[in-house]
Ligand binder design. Sequence first.
Ligand SMILES: NC(=O)c1ccc[n+]([C@@H]2O[C@H](COP(=O)([O-])OP(=O)(O)OC[C@H]3O[C@@H](n4cnc5c(N)ncnc54)[C@H](OP(=O)(O)O)[C@@H]3O)[C@@H](O)[C@H]2O)c1
Length: 241
Amino acid sequence: MREVIWIIGASTGIGKQLAMLYARAGHHIIVSARNGQLLQEFQPFGATIIPLDVLNYKAIEAAFDQVMNEFQTIERIVYLPAFYNPDSFDTLTTQVVDQTIDTNIKAPLYFIIGGRKYFQSGRVKQLALTSSLVAIQALVNDQPYSATKAALTHIGISLYNEWGDTLDIKIIAPGFVATPMTDKNTFKMPFLLTAEQAAKIIQTGLTSKKLLLEFPFPTRFLMKLASFLPHNWIKNLLHLL
Ligand SMILES: NC(=O)c1ccc[n+]([C@@H]2O[C@H](COP(=O)([O-])OP(=O)(O)OC[C@H]3O[C@@H](n4cnc5c(N)ncnc54)[C@H](OP(=O)(O)O)[C@@H]3O)[C@@H](O)[C@H]2O)c1
């Protein structure tokens, strides 16, 4: 079946690769991000291109109205935007705190509210929010980003508890993926995936019955293990790295 799929955060990274996978498979994609220029890459696929800043609530409402006026039903909405600038508490600034919380917590909540009438009417079949495996265990030098991802996982589970009977909710939680977002990491990222690999895993996961799509397995296992160990073990271990 040819699906209509809206990907927000499709200009780079995981979202771009996911949009490419769906477009190449013959689905109709709607692509959004702030950088409308980069989204033009999807024009040859006949994509619907809607530049959007998810920090702008009015723009979210307008984008929903545009999409839902054009399409009767949307099979999937995959929401990926995030701001990543994790820091140590020695140098963290209020500006980074604001931008991270606005983009990673407020914006997805705005998005849920902005699309509420369409989610509740059954015209949207699936909503996937993108969290991270860092939601499982706080590490070091990873705030406020990892706190916002833990919050988003919480939001997704609450949404599932409230609307899960009529809307298919997914929470995507990747480990490390090579994208412009992680280019700034100076440390060696364990079990690093390419964006193409991550997109394929997500594409398969979105057709499953699971709520949480956590991957890859080794990173998930280590994060879960760490969450069960005494806090002082983890602290001492992190200081050795
Ligand atoms: N890469 C990893 O290792 C990793 C691991 C775990 C979770 N994740 C999560 O996966 C998601 C995608 O990350 P990525 O690695 O693919 O990063 P990325 O390449 O930086 O992609 C982020 C996407 O979000 C868009 N975006 C950012 N702010 C936006 C805004 N205000 N309004 C609309 N769009 C906005 C960006 O486009 P514009 O700049 O054009 O707006 C871009 O398309 C994020 O939620 C991230 O937290 C990534």
